[in-house]
Structure formats: structure tokens, C-alpha cells
Ligand binder design. Structure first.
Ligand code: NAD
Ligand code: TDX
Length: 342
């Protein structure tokens, strides 16, 4: 089992990255984390308050497209493991402005891979500059690269052909292919995970579940795209973090692993569930479901995603610890307590 020592986390001030940094510092008493994040609209240092053992965490405000900075961090912190979360992540923004997605998701991943390749080659004695060596490059990706499913289609496996439909998923697909190519061409020790929709604490307010909760708490219309029949497979963010950790430690190099909750929900059913949970907490405002408002659909809106996580279970013994029943209650309560900050 591989033991990371000095880890460069990219995008660790965002939703999943911040949960991962917290998870890693808490779960591993010796690991050191360098957290590189550009603090775009989606990143915030507030997501990193009260970290366990904060002296093992260094925050660096910077861009993954800055090759000189990335190389300096690899060298100065003797990084052995890169865990790459940084991305433009919101599908709707990729429709109104795809440029940032091409830059960060494709060019940014390329920049990290090139810097890592230089130091990995250093380990092989092929360059003289090398002061560190990369032993793992883990890339975080999404189920959206596989496109959309019909009602009776089987869930996505690691061999489902890529068919991205949004500029976001196309840029993630491109980054996945670059990561794959760096393994096959240069032997860089990479692993990739493709995960389904995450939910939980510190998710940005633009995403679906925080939007539903915030709309209810503010007494504003809950925007449901189209007829609300679209299906997503929801996973509690902590379970995603545990899955990433399993792959970094015991996953096969060059492989991809699908992570998902086996937990498919129609959007409208999630809205109704959140409304019921809030009815119980705010009876004077019940029924919150009266706020449901059907709005113009997202262009190219994928209808259904579902993940087959058999490889994660069979090879790595991973399965979600949180059920949706418990995870959604925790999440609603977390936002409810912080209702002014979302
Ligand atoms: P997020 O938008 O909440 O966070 C992204 C972080 O990356 C932010 O802190 C932002 O400041 C940082 N960032 C953006 N551009 C940067 C740049 N050029 N240089 C450095 N930092 C930059 O996203 P998230 O939901 O936490 O997603 C994290 C990763 O997980 C992404 O790669 C995403 O594609 C993937 N993913 C997300 C989900 C989900 O449901 N949220 C599911 C599967 C995979
Ligand atoms: O206001 C809304 N109303 C609505 O009906 C929003 C924001 C979304 N939706 C719908 C669109 C989707 O069917 O809810 C579903 C979930 O939407 P998002 O939260 O935007 O997530 P999605 O588009 O599924 O993508 C997410 O999961 C995969 C993340 O944002 C991606 O980064 C990840 O790769």
C-alpha cells in the first residue's frame, strides 16, 4: 500500500478539495499538505476553518496554469503525491462562458502533468534539475464524461465510451485523456476517479442542493430546470474523499475507478424531500413545496447519470458509509445552521 508523505492538493479551497484536505489531515497523522488554489469565485478560505492539525497544511494562493509556481512547489516541498481537484466545475457557467473551462481544466491539467513528468523523470535519473520525485498523480474527474443515459440503460462502468455533452464535461474528458496519455507515453504513475454528483458541507451556493435549501430559507422560488425528471446519482462528499484515498493507496496505476452512491434520484423528488425536512424545522413556513418553480431547461441537459462502482467495491473494498437518508439530513441541517452564509 502506497503511503503519501508530502501531498500537493490543487483546488483545496473548493467544495470537494476542502473536504478532502480536512479528511486527509484527520485520517493520516504524518502527511503534509500543500494546498494550491486560485481562490476563484468558487474557492474560499472559509472552507478551511478549524482544520485538524493546521500546522501540517500550507495554503498557496496561485494558479495551476503557472508552470514556474507549480515546479517551485514540487521542488521546495519535496512533493511525492499530487491530488488534482482544481477545475471550473459548474455546467451552467460552461454554457455561458466555456473559455475558463478550457483554460483551467485542460491547460491547467496539462501544466501539472508536465511539471510532474519533469520530477518523475528526475527519479529515473533522466533530468538533473530534479529535487523531488512524483510517485502518484491522482486526477479527480466526473461521471459526466460518459454522457447521458436512458431510463433502462445500464450504469456507467470504467469501459463506457466517453460522450461528453457540455463544455464542462468535454473539458474534463480532455483532461482525463491527457492523464491517460501521460501514463501510456511517459509512464507517469497516474490514477483517475470518475465520481457522481457530490453533496454535503461547503458546496458552493450555485449548485442544485444548496440552491434548493437557500431558496426555501429565503422564501424565494426554487428553480427546477425543465420538468424536474432528470436523474443524478448522489454521493456524500466524505464517501468520495474516502474513495479517493483508497485509490491513491491501493489503486492500480494507469487505471480509472468509478465512484458513486448507487443512489439515483429525480431532481423533483430531491426538492420535495428537502421541502419536507424544512417543513419539520420551520412549520410556520410550511409547505415549502409551494415555492417550486419550473424554469427554462439547461441547454443540452443530460437526462440521467448512474455509476456502477463494482470495481471500487471488488478491488478496493470501498462502499459508501453514508446513506442518502442520513446524508441529506446532515446536509440540510448544516446549511440551516449557516443560513446567512449561503
Ligand atoms: P469547486 O468549483 O467547488 O472548487 C474548485 C476549486 O478550484 C475552487 O477552490 C477554485 O478556486 C479552484 N480553482 C479553479 N480554477 C483554478 C486554477 N486555475 N488554479 C487553481 N485553482 C483553481 O469544485 P468541486 O465541486 O469541489 O469539484 C472539484 C473537482 O471534482 C473538480 O475537478 C470537478 O470536476 C470534480 N467533480 C465534482 C463533482 C461534484 O459533484 N461537485 C463530482 C465529480 C467530480
Ligand atoms: O437551480 C438549479 N436547478 C436545477 O434543476 C440547478 C443549479 C440545477 N438543477 C438541476 C440540473 C441537474 O439536473 O439539478 C441537477 C444537478 O445540477 P448541478 O448541481 O448543477 O450538478 P450537475 O450539472 O449534475 O453537475 C455536478 O455533478 C457532476 C457538478 O456540478 C459537476 O462538477 C460534477 O462533475
Amino acid at each position: 500500500s502506497y503511503q503519501p508523505r508530502n501531498v500537493l492538493v490543487t483546488g483545496g479551497a473548493g467544495f470537494i478539495g476542502a473536504n478532502y484536505v480536512r479528511h486527509l489531515l484527520g485520517a493520516d497523522p504524518t502527511v503534509k499538505v500543500v494546498n494550491l488554489d486560485a481562490l476563484t469565485y468558487a474557492g474560499s478560505l472559509d472552507n478551511l476553518v478549524d482544520l485538524p492539525d493546521p500546522e501540517r497544511h500550507v495554503f498557496v494562493h496561485g494558479d495551476i496554469c503557472d508552470r514556474a509556481l507549480v515546479e517551485r512547489l514540487l521542488r521546495e516541498h519535496v512533493i511525492d503525491t499530487v491530488v488534482h481537484f482544481a477545475a471550473e466545475s459548474h455546467v451552467d457557467r460552461s454554457i455561458s462562458g466555456p473559455g475558463a473551462f478550457v483554460r483551467t481544466n485542460i491547460e491547467g491539467t496539462y501544466t501539472l502533468l508536465e511539471a510532474a513528468r519533469q520530477y518523475w523523470l528526475g527519479e529515473q535519473g533522466l533530468t538533473r534539475e530534479a529535487a523531488a520525485s512524483i510517485r502518484r498523480f491522482h486526477h479527480i474527474s466526473t461521471d459526466e464524461v460518459y454522457g447521458t443515459l436512458g431510463a433502462t440503460d445500464p450504469a456507467f462502468t470504467e469501459t463506457t465510451p466517453y460522450a461528453p455533452n457540455s463544455p464542462y464535461s468535454a473539458s474534463k474528458a480532455a483532461s482525463d485523456h491527457l492523464v491517460r496519455a501521460y501514463f501510456h507515453t511517459y509512464g507517469l504513475p497516474v490514477t483517475t476517479t470518475n465520481c457522481s454528483n457530490n453533496y454535503g458541507p461547503w458546496q458552493h451556493g450555485e449548485k442544485f442542493i444548496p440552491t434548493v435549501i437557500r431558496s426555501c430559507l429565503q422564501g424565494r422560488p426554487i428553480p427546477v430546470y425543465g420538468d424536474g425528471s432528470n436523474i443524478r446519482d448522489w454521493l456524500y462528499v466524505e464517501d468520495h474523499c474516502r474513495g479517493i484515498e483508497r485509490v491513491i493507496r491501493d489503486g492500480r496505476l494507469g487505471e480509472t475507478y468509478n465512484i458513486g452512491g448507487c443512489n439515483e434520484w429525480k431532481n423533483l423528488d430531491i426538492v420535495r424531500l428537502i421541502c419536507e425536512l424544512l417543513d419539520a424545522r420551520r412549520p410556520a413556513q410550511a409547505p415549502h413545496a409551494q415555492l417550486i418553480s419550473f424554469v427554462t431547461d439547461r441547454p443540452g441537459h443530460d437526462w440521467r447519470y448512474a455509476i456502477d462502482a463494482t470495481r471500487m467495491r471488488a478491488e478496493l473494498g470501498w462502499s459508501p458509509a453514508e446513506t442518502f437518508d442520513t446524508g441529506i439530513v446532515k446536509t440540510v441541517d448544516w446549511y440551516f445552521e449557516r443560513m446567512t452564509s449561503i
